[in-house]
Design a protein around this ligand. Structure first.
Ligand code: T46
Length: 141
């Protein structure tokens, strides 16, 4: 199930702020991989795939990015417009990410190492996968 959380923050005045989260404590999985996406132009989109089992937490430490998710039945949009917001995504959910502001940075911490076998990159294939899923008769988001 997807979930928006607010990261713990240490506020200081003109020295800025520090936000953090911890694997297994603030997110419901151990973290095995961290990656980040940067240098994306305004109004460009990435993603357009689902993961079979990978769980992730996504956050935007700089800028504004919208994450649109779809479970083959429902759609939801999350706006990551503050460094304190983070989105936890379970496996089985189609996602696209949209750069609302130029040069926004998307960070991700993932439950497993990178493997292309976990991706479904074609939406028709994804809908077939959903039909066979244990959640075939209910929404996953
Ligand atoms: C996701 C969204 C939010 C690697 O070799 N290792 C990695 O850890 C990752 C994440 C990617 N790659 C390779 C695979 C592709 O050849 O980097 C290339 C670009 O990846 P992709 O087109 O999948 O990037 P996005 O921005 O569409 O999706 C990424 C993540 O791949 C994905 O897991 O959920 O961000």
């Amino acid at each position: 199930m997807d979930k928006l959380i607010y990261l713990k923050q240490f506020e200081t005045d003109d020295l800025g702020s520090l936000a953090f989260f911890e694997g297994d404590r603030d997110v419901n999985f151990p973290i095995k991989r961290i990656y980040y996406i940067y240098g994306v132009a305004k109004d460009k989109s990435r993603g357009g795939h689902a993961h079979k089992s990978l769980k992730q937490i996504l956050w935007c430490p700089y800028g504004v990015i919208e994450v649109r998710i779809n479970d083959g039945r429902l759609e939801k949009t999350y706006r990551l417009d503050s460094p304190e917001k983070a989105l936890i995504l379970s496996g089985g959910v189609w996602r696209t990410m949209h750069w609302i502001e130029e040069s926004s940075v998307l960070c991700a911490a993932a439950s497993d190492y990178y493997t292309e076998d976990d991706y479904i990159r074609n939406f028709e294939d994804y809908l077939e996968y959903v039909k066979k899923g244990y959640w075939a008769n209910e929404s996953k988001i």
